[in-house]
Design a protein around this ligand. Structure first.
Ligand code: ADP
Ligand code: MG
Length: 404
């Protein structure tokens, strides 16, 4: 079965449509540092406004502990949404309380209201199904129909993602439809050569995807924090770099499996090693098999792939027809360790084929490094969700929308 689309909901003029978005943007001192997810929510919201629906927007922000926490208020996000929609956007200071109820009741056709952070309510992420269903029931009071468009959360069984969609007529929004379109092209007959680039810091989270990808790809390029577990699996010392020692055997298995299948797992030949985790730390390029032979010895930290590796990765990427990249190649937030990520991102913009960037930090990296988003085939708003999709897992937030 395929996804139910907004059209399946019938005419929406004058009806209350609750839209579950993913407006979980990075904030620093209350200021949005990357508004990619706000902008990604616009196609669906603008279409609903255009139809004259009363649009009620739901989202989570950060990880508050199931109670109000001003640090995680969605108010600045509602303000930004008003700017990108170029329309007034109202804001309710609670999610299902009196203010929300009053503002929903006052909403006119084609108007937009953002409710306060879903996760200020313990029912949203409760492990207890009855609690989630009860909270979803409160949200459903505001809804004649529900549109699910938070691609970044479709892998979560949470009240607004899973239970709510079953209480009212529901459909997928345009962002989810667009994301799935691209991910489908990666799983069904991708044009070859198909190259996957993995990095970032959530090493054990991402190892699962390798197992699933090995039979499908032509090459796997490994950078970021996870490269050190691979180097360790080859018997090299990695100083004080990020290492998941309990995954070394798993990684040895992947290396053996890849060799048997004729898939290239391309590992760095050089890395940037630093004395400490800071932008002004002493650092130098070292061969990947001699990380502890820098002046920093065993306390050296590998914080980026080296220039030789970055150039080799870029060559493999430019020769590919399909590339999926998840996870920065280094600690791109600190300027001296951003070059590997920059080189890889730049190569993705040059390919003749489909290039996909997945992952919150990877997407933030390409924007922060000044790349034009339109130079990539697709920038996914969901890191965990896109990886789980590529792993072939069933995603609850898609199943409730008819996806199988
Ligand atoms: P994404 O959100 O794109 O899926 P992750 O959340 O897995 O990516 O990882 C992003 C983080 O990985 C970045 O904050 C970056 O600084 C960090 N990182 C990349 N390389 C290294 C490294 N060698 N050591 C430590 N952290 C790293
Ligand atoms: Mg991340």
């Amino acid at each position: 079965m395929t996804l139910r689309t907004i059209d399946s909901l019938g005419p929406l003029a004058g009806t209350r449509v609750v839209v579950r978005c993913d407006l979980n943007v990075p904030l620093k001192d209350g200021v949005i540092t990357d508004d990619g997810r706000v902008r990604a929510s616009v196609p669906t919201l603008a279409a609903l406004v255009e139809q004259g629906a009363k649009v009620i927007v739901l989202s989570h922000l950060g990880r508050p502990e199931g109670e109000p926490d001003p640090k995680y208020s969605l108010e600045p996000v509602a303000v930004r949404l008003g700017e990108v929609l170029d329309a007034p956007v109202a804001f309710a200071t609670d999610t299902v309380g009196e203010d929300a109820a009053a503002k929903v009741a006052a909403l006119g056709d084609g108007e937009v209201l953002v409710l306060e952070n879903l996760r200020f309510n313990p029912g949203e992420t409760s492990k207890n199904e009855a609690e989630r269903t009860a909270f979803a029931g409160q949200l459903a009071e505001f809804a004649d129909a529900v549109v699910s468009d938070g691609f970044g959360v479709v892998h979560r069984k949470q009240a607004s993602v899973y239970e709510l969609e079953q209480l009212r007529p529901s459909a997928a929004g345009r962002l989810i439809a667009a994301e799935l379109d691209v991910l489908d092209r990666l799983t069904e007959n991708p044009e070859r050569p198909y190259v996957v680039v993995l990095g970032g810091s959530k090493v054990s989270d991402k190892l699962g995807v390798i197992e699933h990808l090995l039979p499908r790809v032509d090459a796997l390029l490994i950078g970021g924090g996870m490269l050190f577990t691979f180097l360790a699996a080859q018997g090299h010392k990695v100083g004080s770099s990020l290492l998941e020692a309990d995954q070394i055997d798993t990684v040895k298995g992947y290396l053996a499996d890849a060799a048997e299948r004729g898939v290239d797992i391309v590992l760095p030949t050089d890395v940037v090693v630093a004395a400490s985790f800071s932008a002004d730390a002493d650092h130098e390029v070292a061969p990947a098999d001699a990380i502890e032979e820098t002046p920093f010895g065993a306390s050296g930290l590998g914080l980026d792939i080296g220039p030789e590796t970055a150039a080799a990765f870029a060559d493999r990427i430019r020769d590919a027809r399909t590339v999926f990249w998840n996870g920065p190649m280094g600690v791109f937030e600190l300027a001296p360790f951003a070059e590997g990520t920059r080189t890889v991102a730049s190569a993705l913009t040059e390919i003749d084929g489909l290039s996909v960037v997945g992952g919150g930090d990877s997407a933030a990296a390409v924007r922060q490094l000044g790349f034009d988003e339109s130079a990539f085939g697709h920038i996914s708003t969901g890191g965990g969700a896109s990886l789980e999709f590529l792993e072939g897992k069933k995603l609850p937030g898609l199943e409730v929308l008819g996806w199988q």
